[in-house]
Design a protein around this ligand. Structure first.
Ligand SMILES: [Cu+2]
Length: 134
């Protein structure tokens, strides 16, 4: 009985790990694309810069002080993306293609917000979390 319990625990832990997607490699690729396209590192931009690449946001969890500015940049080759704070009642941004930039005001309530890509959140799970701090 104890062995069965342990087996079940192992199975559920593995399932949990499988759900928590590792975007490290994909996001490293996105960062390299940004550098190639803009000639500098996204991480060294004065505005917090989030990349949109292969149906993912990089990074997919961002925290930002209330009222700050965020910049979302499409570093894909052919796919258009958008930024949609749907649960906050905001309209979807325009859908931008390669090199396109979407500026977002983080004038949101403190706490966690869901960021969606309009064309891909349902079909590909292109979503991110934005944590607004004081
Ligand atoms: Cu998208």
């Amino acid at each position: 009985m104890r062995r069965l319990g342990l087996a079940l625990l192992t199975v559920s832990l593995c399932a949990g790990l499988a759900r928590a997607e590792d975007t490290t490699e994909l996001c490293a690729e996105a960062a390299a694309r940004y550098k190639e396209m803009f000639g500098r590192e996204a991480a060294s931009e004065p505005v917090k810069t989030i990349l949109m690449y292969k149906y993912r946001f990089c990074p997919d969890v961002v925290s930002a002080p209330k009222g700050s500015k965020l910049r979302y940049v499409n570093v894909d080759k052919r796919t258009s993306h958008s930024v949609w704070l749907r649960n906050d009642g905001r309209p979807e941004s325009e859908r931008v293609f390669s090199g396109g930039v979407i500026d977002v005001d983080a004038d949101l309530d403190e706490g966690e917000h869901e960021v969606l890509c309009g064309p891909h959140w349902e079909s590909d799970g292109m979503k991110a979390r934005l944590i607004i701090t004081r």
